[in-house]
Design a protein around this ligand. Structure first.
Ligand code: 1CP
Length: 354
């Protein structure tokens, strides 16, 4: 069986149309997800590998997306560090890490101990995708594993919850940069092991979510974050594991993200994606594959607005080396008709590259 368009795009090949999937595509905008969510909280759903696999496949079955992303959370590996947290609705830690003792005493879990439910779910989803492909006689959809980037995970660990400005993290960096570096080094090692386990379980590619990439100044980012993110990207590249690097709200860092050895770069909806294509160059000249970046708010504005906004991206963004996606997660109040309009618009484009 030949590879599907998502896998071929990862390899830099031109395809008959652009692959499409959506950030947070398994979620509350789907009635079949809400049906399961009624009886289980998010944690129970992600820890039960049958439920997690089912929910991962729901958007594939309804909309025919070209890739599935495993149902888990960026906090899933944190359980292996013995740090208690809950979701309300985002992650909340009982005791944020702010002292030397709390950071130095973090354990170094083995690969097999880090959120074992996530590789187990990936294996089930992979089998489900293969079964669907065999039945339909079509290439298999891609499978994406994921983790937080070191800075983004540190944001939750130090601040204790989501925050627009992360003052505790920035304070710790300024008061004790060596301790901040120790924490980033530890979460980087944890993340490398965790992503290796996901790839070995059947993920085709792993996405690294730097949702809080824009938290620091360019200078602090270069000095205190880039070395760890580079280690992560370089280690995965040398293991032969394809990666998608997502930087949210970090226009001041775009060229630096593009320079990391990731296979694909995704930028948020604020970024001009065609300008990123100009920066990195055409894929046929060795430029990066790019993913994104429709504003999720377009879908809230209804199917016509969605189709117009999606078409504007298709018109301006060369098809070769472009994975169509949103510029951040889909909103839970998104009408299904808008998602259908997005799928139709992207599918209707008949690329000259075929
Ligand atoms: O398609 C999917 O839904 C895949 C599963 C997925 C992913 C890829 C979930 C499930 N979370 C994530 C990634 C994630 N989690 C990110 C990176 C992407 C992004 O920037 O959106 C981040 C920052 C988180 C942290 C998190 N977990 C939030 C964000 C807001 C905050 O308060 O800091 C939230 C709301 C959660 C809980 C969560 N994770 C996932 C779901 C479906 C939920 C909601 C739980 C519920 O049902 O109430």
């Amino acid at each position: 069986m030949t590879d599907g368009i998502f896998l071929r795009t990862l390899k830099g090949e031109a395809t008959e149309r652009r692959p499409l999937w959506m950030l947070r595509q398994a979620g509350r905008y789907l009635p079949e997800y809400r049906e399961i969510r009624k009886d289980h909280n998010f944690e129970a759903m992600s820890l039960n590998t049958d439920v997690a696999a089912e929910v991962t496949l729901q958007p594939i079955d309804r909309f025919g997306f070209d890739a599935a992303i495993v149902f888990a959370d960026i906090m899933s590996p944190v359980r292996a560090l013995g740090i208690p947290f809950s979701f309300n609705p985002g992650p909340v830690l009982e005791a944020p890490l702010r002292s030397r003792a709390s950071i130095e005493s973090l354990p170094t879990p083995d690969k097999a101990e880090i959120a074992p439910e996530v590789p187990a779910t990936l294996a089930k989803v992979r089998a489900g995708l293969e079964e669907r492909a065999a039945k339909a006689g079509t290439p298999r959809a891609g499978l994406i594993g994921f983790a937080a980037a070191p800075l983004t995970l540190a944001c939750y660990l130090i601040e204790g919850r989501g925050n627009r400005d992360f003052p505790a993290l920035r304070g710790l960096l300024l008061s004790d940069p060596a301790l901040f570096g120790d924490l980033l080094e530890k979460v980087t090692s944890l993340t490398i092991e965790y992503l290796r386990a996901q790839y070995e379980a059947g993920a085709d590619v792993v996405q690294i979510f730097d949702s809080w990439a824009g938290t620091l100044s360019a200078r602090d980012w270069r000095e205190h974050v880039q070395p760890h993110l580079s280690t992560l990207a370089e280690q995965l590249a040398s293991d032969g594991i394809p990666t998608i690097m997502f930087a949210n709200g970090a226009a001041h860092l775009s060229p630096l993200y593009l320079s990391l050895p990731s296979t694909v770069n995704q930028f948020c909806w604020r970024t001009d994606l065609p300008a990123m294509r100009d920066l990195t160059g055409a894929v046929s000249d060795g430029g990066k594959v790019l993913q994104g970046n429709l504003d999720p708010a377009a879908l809230l504005a209804g199917p016509e607005a969605t189709a117009r906004a999606a078409q504007a991206i298709l018109d301006r963004m060369p098809a070769h080396g472009h994975i169509f996606n949103l510029g951040h997660g889909i909103d839970k109040d998104t009408p299904l008709e808008s998602v259908a309009a997005l799928v139709e618009t992207v599918h209707n484009e008949s690329s000259a590259l075929a």
